[in-house]
Structures are given as C-alpha cells and as structure tokens.
Design a protein around this ligand. Structure first.
Ligand code: TRP
Length: 330
C-alpha cells in the first residue's frame, strides 16, 4: 500500500476552504493509502506564538480533524514535536542544502514582507518539511498549492542525497487537489479564501453557526446577470458558490446549473448556505465533545508516536550511518 502523508497546521480557525481542499481529500482517501497525518507544531513556531494559545490550538486541531471524520483507526495521527527524529534529520539535510536553494523560497520572502521576524527557523522551514516527508518514505503528499515549491525542494534534496550517498529516500509525489485550491473569498472572489483574511465576512469558518453562514453567503459578491452559470472569468462570485455547492453535494457543475439555472441568486444562495450548515453542524457537535476528551486525544497521539518513532528511528540511523556519524559497530 502506498503511503500518503500530510501536515495540517494547528491554526485556531479553519475555513470551509481548508475542509474542502485539505481535510476532505484525506477522508476520501482513508483506507486507500497507509495514511499519516501530523500536526507540524515545530513549523508553527517559525512565527511568534503565545505558548498558552498554541497549546490550546494543538489540542483543538486534533479535535476538529476527528470531528470532520478523520478516522484514527485508518490514519496514523501524531504531533511533530513529539518525535525527535524530525529535527535531527532536518539538521543533516540542512548540511546538504544551499543558501541559494532556500533563498528562492517565495513563502519565506512573502512572510518577511508581511512583517514576520526573519528568524533562522523560518528560513530553514522547508528543510524541516522535507525531513517530515523523507523520514517516512512517503509516496504521496497532499497539500495546498502554496506548498508546491517546498515539495519540489523536498524532492531535490532527496534526489541529491540519493546521488551522493546511494539510494536512501523515496522521491515523494505532490498531490494538489485542484478544487480546494480554488475556493475564493466571498467578498472578493478574485483572491483565495484565507483564514487570515482582513475581512471575515468573506470567509466561512468551520465554527460559524447557521445564521452567520446564511448572512455571509447572502452577502457574497455576485454579478448582475442573474443566471446560475459557471464562468470563472465573467462570474467569479457565482462560480465560487457553484464550486462550494459541488464539493459539498457531490453534484457536478452541470447538474447544479440545470437545477438552479432559472432560479434567482437569492434562492441559490439560500440553498448553498443550507448545504454548508448541514455539513458544519454535525462537525461542530462532535468537536464540542472531542475537544473536552483530553484522554482520547492523548491516547491517539501516543499511539501515533509509537508507530512513527520506530519508522523514523530506522530511517534516521540509515542516514546517520551513510553520512558517517556516530560509532556503530553493529
Ligand atoms: N508547511 C505545510 C503547510 O503549511 C505543513 C507541513 C509541514 C507539511 N510539514 C509537512 C505538509 C509535510 C506536508 C508534508 O501547509
């Protein structure tokens, strides 16, 4: 069975775009892959965090993924900082990464431009990400489009290492769900829906209640044509609502155009809001239960650590030996 691996940041507020593009593909693939899902909390501290809030966010992140339907029986769920081999392998990879390679990373440049402190960890972030992937010989790595460049670096580092020291790492394949990358802001359908958006009116959070969802969808920017038709260029707002409806219902764009083609936007928007709330309400109910079950969360993470520690140790020791570290006589 091929191994699929991804890291989901413990952000305080996930959006419907994170659900459609990140979490749902993992759920649809459960059982089809040997699936590894972890919280990259070491990556999270590359930008300043409040320790109390971070701790809270990590726990809540596990609870929300479980509430969305990530099955702990079918996924190995773990916390990056629990497993010491990630940072260790990252160090060895850093010693095989050039400043030039990292200087080209656009996410680093963007974050600095947006005022994040230029700490070394933020600069070497992509190398730690490569370690996350290469330690477990992951075949497929689903992520958002913004991580594509980091995945390419992980592939380059693996290829270079294999060339220098002999076959050690599996070269991972990126998997970027097309649809998820395309959920747009409701108020400005030219930009991606983002949890850090300036205007929360354009963003549906997984914790939004029915009334809030209805209000946000009703005030979503559309056009004056009043025809429910998919046309990203001329009707980006309506196309975005069609995409959301399609992802949540499983209906094709054509089916949706047929179903709502003659309705006015008000009717269509009400149906989109209804479907979103039907999706979110059971997630919110489960989340309220799971987030208070600390023992269950701890058990899941312990089990994940036990599984991943063994795999990571073996790969790390192989790497260590190849580069000539330590004195192992076995
Ligand atoms: N950097 C990724 C993000 O912000 C999270 C991440 C860390 C990750 N390590 C990973 C994703 C390894 C995939 C594989 O989305």
């Amino acid at each position: 069975m091929k191994r699929m691996l991804t890291g989901l940041q413990p952000s305080g507020k996930l959006t419907i775009a994170n659900y459609i593009g990140g979490i749902k593909p993992m759920i649809l693939n459960q059982g089809k892959y040997d699936s590894f899902l972890f919280i990259p909390d070491l990556h999270t501290i590359t930008v300043p965090q409040d320790a109390t809030i971070l701790k809270h966010n990590i726990k809540n992140a596990i609870a929300i993924y479980l509430a969305c339907g990530i099955d702990p029986q079918k996924n190995t769920i773990y916390l990056q900082s629990d497993n010491l081999y990630h940072a260790n392998l990252s160090w060895i990879l850093e010693c095989n990464t050039s400043m030039g390679q990292l200087s080209r990373m656009t996410q680093y440049k963007d974050k600095i431009q947006r005022g994040k402190p230029a700490v070394c960890g933020l600069f070497t972030y992509p190398v730690l990400m490569a370690a996350d992937i290469l330690l477990y010989s992951a075949d497929i790595v689903p992520t958002g489009a913004d991580q594509k460049q980091h995945l390419e670096l992980a592939r380059d580092l693996a290829i270079n290492f294999n060339n220098k020291y002999g076959k050690t790492f599996v070269i991972p394949e990126p998997y970027i769900p097309e649809i998820g990358a395309k959920i747009m802001d409701l108020q400005n359908p030219e930009i991606k829906m983002s949890k850090s958006a300036e205007n929360p009116k354009g963003v549906i959070y997984l914790t939004d209640d029915e009334q809030t969802v209805l209000k946000k969808i009703k005030s979503a920017v559309t056009d004056s044509e009043a025809v429910v038709k998919y046309d990203v260029e001329n009707k980006p707002g309506i196309s975005n609502l069609i995409t959301i409806y399609s992802c949540l219902s499983g209906l094709s764009v054509k089916d949706i155009e047929q179903k709502f083609g003659n309705e006015n936007y008000g009717v269509f928007k009400t149906e989109v809001a209804k479907l979103i709330s039907q999706t979110l309400t059971p997630i919110q109910q489960k989340y309220e239960i799971y987030k208070n079950d600390e023992n269950m969360i701890k058990d899941i993470l312990q089990k994940g650590l036990d599984v991943t520690n063994n795999i990571a140790k073996e790969k790390y020791n192989e790497v260590k030996q190849k580069v000539g570290l330590g004195l192992h006589f076995d």
